[in-house]
Design a protein around this ligand. Structure first.
Ligand SMILES: Nc1ncnc2c1ncn2[C@@H]1O[C@H](COP(=O)(O)OP(=O)(O)O)[C@@H](O)[C@H]1O
Ligand SMILES: [Mg+2]
Length: 256
């Protein structure tokens, strides 16, 4: 289902909302089973790109193939081979982790022993076997996010999009999610396309980084290559040098 080891290929991809040009001439390739970190300040166009690549939004022009399927003509197939954790996912807090995973499995037309085994194996990777029957409302935010990440993997997708998976988590909860993604990457062949503006998270988890600024892909490479090319000491410094520190300070001020 993947062509030449490539699971995402976009050519001249554009998306406009009226006068807002959210994604501009995006040419992107991602290798199968890799972990791609999509970095960029708020409003850069990351979520818009993910929505196009997961078949939820139609591009204005250009083309995109995901796992060999065209996102505009083969939407159902794209949805079958991908998983998506949106920026603000919903979670049924009156269900237990197991019930929630069974519900999401059923929505993806999975049932019976194969779903049950899949849930068992995900719960064991999550380290939640002992708490699987507790209501989600009793979980910490890191544990809830782990369950949500696991729910995107129930239908054994080839590629999962995680949109800001740690944005609302404290450092210890972020560390739980980071460990989970690394464990999943080791135990399955699933590729991860992760939108984030957390450079330390991306440096630890991703083997390739694309930096988007004002809708344009301005940098692409392995974290270490980007650091060397920009003559900086870590990805955060490299990122600030590339997108300009001003944008991020504005973001920080907005959160005060
Ligand atoms: N449905 C929409 N309607 C109008 N403008 C939108 C819509 N979705 C996104 N945008 C605009 O597109 C730009 C990129 O947004 P987004 O993709 O959400 O960025 P990011 O995820 O990098 O923060 C922003 O200017 C945003 O306001
Ligand atoms: Mg976003």
């Amino acid at each position: 289902m993947t062509k030449n080891g490539i699971c995402i290929r976009t050519r001249g991809l554009n998306k406009s909302f009226g006068s807002v040009h959210a994604v501009r001439d995006l040419d992107l390739e991602m290798k199968t089973s890799s972990r791609f970190g999509f970095l960029g300040p708020n409003g850069a166009g990351k979520t818009t790109t993910v929505r196009i690549l997961s078949g939820l939004l139609k591009q204005t022009s250009g083309s995109a193939e995901v796992c060999g399927f065209d996102v505009s003509t083969d939407r159902d197939q794209v949805k079958t081979v991908t998983g998506l954790l949106p920026e603000s996912p919903g979670l049924y807090s009156k269900l237990s982790a197991r019930e929630f995973l069974e519900l999401i499995g059923a929505l993806n037309r999975r049932s019976g022993d194969s779903l049950s085994w899949r849930i068992d194996s995900l719960l064991s990777i999550l380290g939640l076997e002992g708490r699987q029957d507790d209501l989600l409302e009793s979980y910490s935010s890191g544990m809830k996010q782990k369950v949500l990440v696991a729910s995107t993997l129930l239908h054994e997708p080839k590629l999962v999009f995680l949109d800001e998976p740690t944005a609302r988590l404290d450092p210890s909860a972020s560390a739980l999610v980071k460990d989970l993604i690394l464990a999943l990457a080791e135990e399955t062949e699933t590729g991860f396309f992760i939108c984030t503006h957390m450079t330390d998270f991306a440096e630890d988890v991703c083997d390739i980084i694309g930096i988007l600024n004002q809708g344009r892909l301005v940098t692409l490479g392995a974290p270490q290559d980007i650091i060397e090319r920009t003559k900086t000491s870590d990805l955060e410094e490299a990122y600030l040098k590339i997108v300009g520190g001003k944008i991020d300070r504005k973001t920080l001020l907005a959160w005060r």
